[in-house]
Design a protein around this ligand. Structure first.
Ligand code: UDP
Length: 340
């Protein structure tokens, strides 16, 4: 029997990282989580060892890489709240850029030359049009988006100087839950639309605030591209195989390629759970682009990546039970509506 290939997964105790570890373990890899547990949870690390360390401690990171003889790095660990990054940019530059510096120092010391980086659609800022392709200008509007762009640029420089190959994956709006219910739901703090709307429908918090209904979009609310966390995990698996087979560095969007409005989300939850989402309309939230969804063609061409569970219906169906909500599967049509 062939040995599983060890991959260092920074942030493997977090939301997308832990789903990816599960998926990697199911496909012949050994995920070695490296996490400082500042926001991650040790009980989410179930598919390989946990190394508790901070990325800014390059010596500790290098020791973990050597101990497990890792062949590739997946770098998820970062601070990830746009609003918080505006309030406390120092935290974001220190953790996200400082973490990348420590990680790359350790990788160089071990002659590790393959890395998959969690970038973000936040690097595009407020694009003129959607769908957004990888060639659109990257002009981030928040310190969070800026830290992701700096890290992408660092990877390009490291590639030219040292031959470190990378895949930068620019996620759109990660959503959804583990359909098998193995990974627990965490909502503290919760700032994202879909869990907040589910909590409101379940009566676990008050009415959802819709941040603006006067945008230049079909129904006046903001349009986003929601991608199921399982599809994100699969994108990472494909990117790992791509680098291990010698593929050159590339930046790719990971999105569904479909735009959904805030009201689309509200209506879909009401339809699928039978519980209407109580809501009121609030002022626009600072820094929100009106519409942002991905052109998903490049990831398909380069990796053969296609989403499987990234319809709103799948996302809501998978998440509803963990909010104590019923799920009417007949109502879940999986039809892609709105702009394609
Ligand atoms: N949103 C909203 N009410 C909320 C939270 C979010 O109307 O309580 C909107 C937000 O303005 C954006 C969309 O939902 O248009 C998705 O926001 P989220 O914070 O989930 O992700 P983001 O797009 O900011 O990464």
């Amino acid at each position: 029997m062939t040995q599983p290939i060890p991959i260092l997964v920074t942030g493997g105790a977090g939301f997308i990282g832990s789903h990816t570890c599960k998926h990697l373990a199911q496909h012949g890899f050994l995920p070695v989580t490296l996490d400082n547990l500042s926001t991650g949870h040790a009980d989410a690390v179930q598919w390989g060892p946990l190394e508790r360390a901070d990325l800014r401690d390059a010596v500790a990171v290098e020791a973990a890489m050597r101990r497990h003889q890792v062949k590739l790095v997946m770098h998820f660990a970062a601070s990830a709240y746009v609003g918080e990054s505006v309030q406390d940019p120092a935290l974001y530059y220190d953790n996200n850029v400082g973490g990348m510096i420590g990680l790359l120092k350790a990788a160089q010391a071990c002659a590790l030359d393959k890395i998959i980086f969690s970038s973000s659609c936040a690097t595009y800022g407020e694009p003129q049009t959607s769908p957004v392709s990888e060639t659109c200008p990257q002009i981030p509007m928040s310190p969070y988006g800026h830290t992701k762009l700096i890290c992408e640029e660092m990877l390009q420089a490291y590639e030219q100087a040292y031959g470190l190959r990378h895949v930068a994956l620019r996620y759109f709006n990660a959503a959804g839950s583990d359909p098998e219910g193995v990974l627990a739901e965490r909502h503290d703090p919760e700032t994202h639309l879909i869990p907040l709307a589910l909590l409101a429908a379940a009566g676990q918090r008050g009415a959802l605030s819709v941040f603006g209904d006067d945008y230049p979009t079909p129904d006046g609310s903001c349009v986003r591209d929601y991608i199921h966390v399982q599809d994100l995990a699969h994108g990472h698996l494909l990117a790992a195989r791509y680098l291990l087979e010698g593929g050159p560095s590339v930046a790719l969007n990971l999105g569904s390629g479909v735009g959904q409005s805030v009201f689309d989300v509200i209506h879909a939850i009401g339809r699928i759970t039978g519980r209407p989402v109580p809501y009121d309309v609030a002022p626009r939230r600072a820094g929100d682009p009106p519409a942002l969804w991905a052109c998903a063609q490049k990831a398909k061409a380069v990796l053969g990546f296609e989403t499987r569970r990234s319809t709103l219906d799948h996302i809501i169906q998978d998440a509803a039970p963990s909010f104590g909500l019923p799920c009417n599967k007949k109502e879940a049509s999986h039809v892609r509506f709105v702009a394609e």
